[in-house]
Design a protein around this ligand. Structure first.
Ligand SMILES: Cc1ncc(COP(=O)(O)O)c(C=O)c1O
Length: 480
């Protein structure tokens, strides 16, 4: 084919032949969340639907026809002022929020476990990040900051222009958004919520779970959970505190002029489907997640996080099932391999656990397959999770991420010799996934000691967005 072996094609074929049950994004799960009619339309005409932005259809940059109608339908569905269709994921939403709502040099209060796109947003916008440290639970999972912490930070940093938090987290932890919003109103700050993992929450029986009710601006990765092709996402403007025109410009700057129309077609489809039966579909998905969680908790030495593990005020999005068999001596990496042997693909593995993320395309059969595979897990010697002392001293920010990126040369040097240098990369050991170093921060002896400890445990480390299991021998610093 094409005069030779297509390497990605053969890798993809091998993968899809292996995987029978998807517990990762996208949420349509090999098309199962679409009805048969729409699936057939896409299947039969995918090539023909990949068109240019022609006036005969509509353009995402200045929509006046069907795309305007889709965005309007979505804004009506979520009862917000305006919704923007995003074609490069929530990543675009986070970037657009920062460059439109803040000016170069503004301070913004940001939770330190934010997605890596937020560092990109700091670089593009030039904001000065004031980091809030989320707590880490006994199970090693990071819990988003709550209203009490936001209030404390806002009292200490009255100059900040806005607050950025993530809810639900990758592990499904929902913070006390209503109270965070009250705190933001008290301090007269805008609230942006990265709800990439929770576009379904607005349709759940308990509507109060969704940030859309409280925040000024909310970003949703529809594709992660709902029946939408990868990348299809939405940015909602929920209050009058946001300059809609500025957001519109920012989204346009960051958006390709050649969007993939089949993906836009799925956003249209999704808006209709959620209008018709959103609550029913979401309740079914959350119930399936609940079933998986409670059954795993009943397994010998098995554990899946549920709301009883969360501090007061937090709630669980049960479409995320965090599975942990450390007490049987099994790491998340082992679980990932074991599950794949039974045709089960999960979203993320780390030394402590795996995350199985449900989407609207998941069925009872998927849950049964997952539970059966877990029942067949072997028993090894328990792994002692000795815990860790996350560096406690707040990082000294010497340069903003934008200054690091745009003004300085970088060099690599041995980690052990880097005390006092200014870090030029992001280093986030997982667990708990909170960066210990961000671009522009001073490297301290305490951080070096922590990273050496991480190395001894062979935990994964995210470095400027890349996951690596290599030894952390060198570090990128600013050349002075
Ligand atoms: C919390 C959070 N925000 C934003 C994103 C980026 O979303 P997308 O992949 O849709 O660009 C992710 C990706 O996983 C995420 O976990």
């Amino acid at each position: 084919m094409a005069g030779g072996e297509l390497t990605l094609l053969s890798a993809m074929k091998k993968y899809i032949a292996m995987e029978k049950h998807s517990f990762h994004t996208p949420g349509h799960k090999a098309g199962r969340a679409f009805d048969r009619q729409f699936r057939n339309v896409i299947k039969n005409d995918l090539f023909s639907f990949d068109i240019t932005a022609t006036p005969f259809v509509d353009s995402i940059h200045d929509p006046s026809g069907p795309l305007l109608e889709t965005a309007r339908r979505i804004s009506e569905l979520y009862d917000v002022k305006k919704s923007f269709l995003l074609v490069n994921g929530s990543t675009t939403g986070n970037l657009a929020a920062f460059i439109s709502l803040f000016r170069d040099g503004d301070s913004v209060l940001i939770s330190r476990n934010s997605h890596k796109s937020v560092i990109g947003a700091c670089i593009l916008s030039g904001v000065y990040p004031v980091w809030m440290n989320p707590r880490v639970l006994k199970n090693g999972i990071t819990c988003e900051v709550n209203s009490e912490q936001v209030d404390r930070y806002l009292s200490s940093f009255p100059e900040v222009k806005g607050v950025f938090v993530t809810s639900p987290t990758y592990h499904g932890i929902i913070t006390d958004l209503e109270d965070i919003a009250k705190v933001c109103r008290k301090h007269k700050k805008i609230l942006i919520v990265d709800e990439a993992w929770g576009p379904h929450l607005f349709f759940s029986e308990d509507k109060t779970l969704s940030a859309v009710n409280y925040a000024d601006c909310v970003i949703h990765s529809f594709h992660k959970i709902l029946p939408v092709f990868s990348q299809g996402s939405v940015m909602h403007i929920c209050s009058h505190n946001i300059n809609i025109e500025a957001v519109e410009k920012a989204v346009s700057i960051l958006t390709t002029t050649s969007p993939f129309y089949p993906m836009l077609m799925t956003l249209d489809y999704c808006s209709m489907m959620m209008k018709r039966k959103g609550p029913k579909l979401v309740e079914k998905m959350l119930a399936l997640g609940n079933l998986a969680i409670s059954d795993i908790r009943k397994m010998s030495l098995g554990y899946a996080m549920d709301s009883s593990d969360l501090p007061e005020g937090y709630r669980m999005d049960t479409s995320k099932v965090t599975i942990d068999f450390r007490d049987r001596g099994l790491t998340g990496f082992f679980l990932q391999k074991h599950l794949m042997k039974s045709g089960i693909g999960i979203d993320c593995a780390n030394p402590l656990n795996v995350i199985a993320t449900l989407g609207l395309g998941n069925t009872k059969a998927d849950i049964s397959a997952l539970l059966t595979a877990l029942k067949n897990l072997p028993q090894k010697r328990p792994i002692k999770f000795t815990g860790f002392r996350f560096p406690e001293t707040p990082a000294e920010i010497v340069l903003t991420p934008r200054e690091v990126y745009t003004r300085y040369q970088k060099k690599k040097m041995p980690l052990t010799e880097s005390e006092g240098q200014i870090c030029a990369e992001t280093i986030a050991p997982y667990p708990p996934g909170i960066p210990v170093l961000l671009p522009g921060e001073r490297i301290t002896a305490e951080v070096i000691e922590y990273l050496e400890m991480i190395d001894r445990f062979k935990w994964s480390v995210f470095r400027s967005g890349k996951k690596t299991k290599n030894k952390l021998e060198s570090i990128s610093v600013i050349e002075v």
